[in-house]
Write a protein that binds this ligand. Structure first.
Ligand code: IPD
Ligand code: CA
Length: 284
C-alpha cells in the first residue's frame, strides 16, 4: 500500500476545507483576468466548455489530496473519472470544482466548489461533503451521523409549511422549458417567492440552513457531481430530498449521470410540493 493513507485515517473535516482554501487561492489571479480573451480549452467530462478557472479549481483539489497522501478515484465534472494512488477503489471524491461558472465569469457573486467523499461511487454512500461559497468564503460541511454545519454552526432548516409564505428555488434553465415549465406551473402558481441564483450546490445548502424552504430541479439535466455533497449536507441538517415522485435518490456518481429532485426544509412542505408537481414521462 506504499505511503498512501487508509481512508479511515483521513480527517475530512480538515482536509476538505483545506481544498476549499487552495481553490480560492488558485482562482484568485484568474478572477482578475476575466475581461481578457479566454483560451478555447474544449469540453469537460460533464459536456460543458472548459474554462481556466474550472481547471485551476480542480487541480487545487487534487493537489491537496495528493499532498496528504490520499489515494482516490476522482469523479469530476471537468476531467471525468481518474485514479490516483494504489488504493483508488477505496475512496471516491466526487466534485464540481466550480458550480456556477457562468456567474463567476459574468461577475455575479454566487459560485461554489462542491466535494463529496464516498466509499463507493453511489450517492447513498457519500459520508463527507463540503460546499463552499467561494465569493463570500462561507463553508457548509457535513459528515454522516455528525450533523451539518455552516462555518461551524449547526444547520437548522426552516419549519415553514405554508407554500404561500415559502421562498422556493426553481431551476428552469433548460432548452426543454416547454416540457419542464408545465410540470411546475401549479407549484409556481401557489408560491409568491420563486428564485434561482445559478449555482445549484449552494442553492441546496440554502434549503439546509433555512435561507429558503425548497429547491426544485426536475430538468433531468443536473449532474450528480453538482449535488452529491449538498445531498449529504441536506440530510444531515434534517431536510428532505427525493426524486419528483418521492423516490429515494440512489444514483450512481458519474459525470454523465443526471438527476431530478425536490429538496425541502421539512416533510410537510415536501409533501405539498410533490403533490403539485406533474410527473414527467419517466416518473409517471
Ligand atoms: C450549473 C449551475 C446552474 C444550473 C446548471 C449547472 P455549472 O453548474 O448549477 O445553476 O442551472 O444546470 O450546470 O455548470 O456552473 O457547474
Ligand atoms: Ca462546474
Amino acid at each position: 500500500m506504499g505511503n498512501y493513507r487508509m481512508t479511515n485515517d483521513v480527517e475530512w473535516s480538515r482536509l476538505l476545507p483545506e481544498c476549499k482554501c487552495r481553490v480560492r487561492t488558485k482562482i484568485a489571479p484568474l478572477l482578475k483576468m476575466l475581461n481578457q480573451p479566454q483560451p478555447d480549452l474544449g469540453v469537460g467530462a460533464g459536456g460543458d466548455p472548459l474554462k481556466n478557472v474550472d481547471l485551476a479549481a480542480e487541480a487545487a483539489i487534487i493537489e491537496v489530496l495528493k499532498m496528504h497522501s490520499v489515494s482516490f478515484t476522482l469523479i469530476s465534472e471537468e476531467s471525468g473519472v481518474r485514479e490516483y494512488g494504489k488504493n483508488a477503489s477505496e475512496c471516491y471524491v466526487t466534485c464540481d470544482p466550480i458550480d456556477g461558472t457562468t456567474n463567476l465569469v459574468r461577475g455575479l457573486p454566487f459560485y461554489a466548489t462542491s466535494i463529496a467523499v464516498s466509499a463507493e461511487p453511489r450517492l447513498d454512500r457519500v459520508h463527507a461533503g463540503l460546499v463552499a461559497d467561494l465569493f463570500h468564503d462561507i463553508t457548509y460541511f457535513a459528515e454522516k451521523g455528525k450533523g451539518a454545519h455552516r462555518d461551524g454552526h449547526k444547520l437548522i432548516p426552516s419549519c415553514n409549511v405554508s407554500l404561500e409564505e415559502a421562498v422556493i428555488g426553481v431551476d428552469l434553465n433548460s432548452y426543454k422549458v416547454e416540457t419542464i415549465a408545465p410540470r411546475l406551473s401549479r407549484l409556481i402558481g401557489r408560491t409568491k417567492h420563486i428564485r434561482h441564483f445559478g449555482a445549484n450546490a449552494l442553492e441546496l445548502c440554502f434549503v439546509a440552513d433555512g435561507t429558503t424552504d425548497a429547491f426544485v430541479d426536475v430538468r433531468g439535466k443536473l449532474r450528480t457531481t453538482d449535488m452529491a455533497a449538498a445531498w449529504l449536507i441536506l440530510h444531515e441538517a434534517g431536510a428532505v430530498m427525493t426524486g419528483p415522485g418521492g423516490e429515494m435518490l440512489n444514483v450512481r456518481l458519474d459525470p454523465r449521470q443526471r438527476v431530478e429532485f425536490v429538496a425541502s426544509a421539512n416533510r410537510q412542505i415536501h409533501r405539498k410540493i410533490l403533490s403539485l408537481i406533474t410527473p414527467g414521462k419517466d416518473t409517471a
